[in-house]
Design a protein around this ligand. Structure first.
Ligand code: C2E
Ligand code: CA
Ligand code: CA
Length: 325
């Protein structure tokens, strides 16, 4: 619709403006052959005209609502990005053996003035769909590197800060250049920065993955596979990847230690990590009993509400200052 909305300049010098009303039908729910799909799209197009023109309607009402809400969030995100509404918070990561604070995971927060909070689970997938994730991802990486620099300058000890990356950020060559530039600009020891990509994201990347991970690894940063256990990586694949850490998805932690299936999965992932010489972290730890199980099973690092939720940089810095126990 925005492509059509651009003015047409006629030879006579006049400008012509066109608006479109769009009707959408989706295979196979709205029809399983071309004729029915077009007829239903036509019906949807008439509804778009009835309801004010210059708009779109899905044949299925609920899809129209979902699409409109997403469009609205997309618009607000573009505005919010320019207005600096996105902030980076830090969730503590602790060593399992002695519970010492070793670092944090950077998690983006959208602080919209006067509007209800939208969580990253909702806006990240939309940002990925409409390409906003590239700019958002850059902002988060930049902020995290600047914050690490501030902490190290202040003499605080922080071993790792993990930043989430969307698979889209792995396309092209921008990521390696940006990471190299940020490490240099902030004079960061490369090993302090850990880049997380989900197991599913890693599989979606396909053939280029290995070269990309190697290029990042060559910069000295650490690589972690997030939400591990929710995808289907083969062990041989995993062995090839230059990764340093597996993060066990919190769905496998939720009902520990009572749930026998979860306990078996977690034990297996820890054994895989051991065998491949990888660090292993459990996320979503909320109760002491979960932690005790994980410590007994030899998990290396822990993260979850038991230790703390994601908090603003200044608040996290105070924890770094606190004397270690
Ligand atoms: P994730 O990477 O798995 O991040 C951990 C999520 O689990 C966070 O949700 C965190 O608040 C939540 N969490 C941590 N501890 C606990 C716990 O003990 N119990 C429970 N119930 N939840 C816990 P959040 O911040 O809402 O982020 C959701 C997802 O959004 C993240 O999942 C990540 O996939 C994505 N995300 C967040 N920030 C970024 C970012 O900067 N870039 C990208 N690409 N994705 C991001
Ligand atoms: Ca993560
Ligand atoms: Ca995760």
């Amino acid at each position: 619709m925005s492509a059509v909305a651009k003015p047409y300049r006629l030879d006579s010098g006049h400008e012509l403006y066109i608006q479109a009303s769009v009707g959408i039908s989706v295979f196979p729910n709205d029809g399983d052959d071309g004729e029915i799909l077009i007829r239903n799209a036509d019906a949807a197009m008439f509804r778009a005209k009835e309801q004010g023109r210059n708009t779109f309607r899905f044949y299925t009402e609920s899809l129209t609502k979902i699409a409109s809400e997403r469009l609205e969030i997309e618009m607000q995100m573009r505005r919010g990005l320019a207005a600096g509404e996105f902030h980076v918070h830090y969730q503590p990561i602790h060593r399992a053996s002695d519970r010492a604070l070793v670092g944090a995971e950077a998690l983006v927060r959208w602080q919209r003035s006067g509007a209800p909070e939208i969580t990253p689970d909702v806006f990240i997938p939309i940002a990925e769909d409409c390409g906003i994730i590239a700019e958002l991802g850059r902002q988060v990486l930049r902020t995290a590197c600047a914050d690490i620099h501030t902490w190290l300058e202040a003499g605080l000890q922080v071993d790792i800060v993990a930043v989430n990356l969307s698979p889209q950020q792995f396309r092209g060559e921008e990521l390696e250049h940006l990471v190299a530039k940020l490490l240099r600009e902030h004079a960061l020891p490369a090993g302090v920065l850990e880049l997380e990509i989900t197991e599913r994201g890693l599989m979606d990347l396909g053939e280029t993955t290995l070269a990309k991970l190697n290029a990042l690894k060559a910069l000295g940063v650490r690589l972690a596979i997030d939400d591990f256990g929710t995808g289907y990586s083969s062990l041989s694949y995993l062995k090839m990847m230059p990764v340093d850490k597996l993060k066990i998805d919190r769905s496998f932690i939720a009902n520990l230690p009572h749930d026998a299936n979860e306990a078996a999965i977690v034990r297996t992932i820890i054994a895989v990590a051991r065998a491949l010489d990888l660090c292993v972290l459990a996320e979503g730890i909320e109760r002491e009993a979960q932690l005790e199980f994980l410590v007994a099973e030899g998990c290396d690092q822990c993260q979850g509400f038991l230790f703390g939720k994601a908090m603003p940089a200044a608040e996290f810095a105070q924890r770094l200052q606190a004397p270690r126990t």
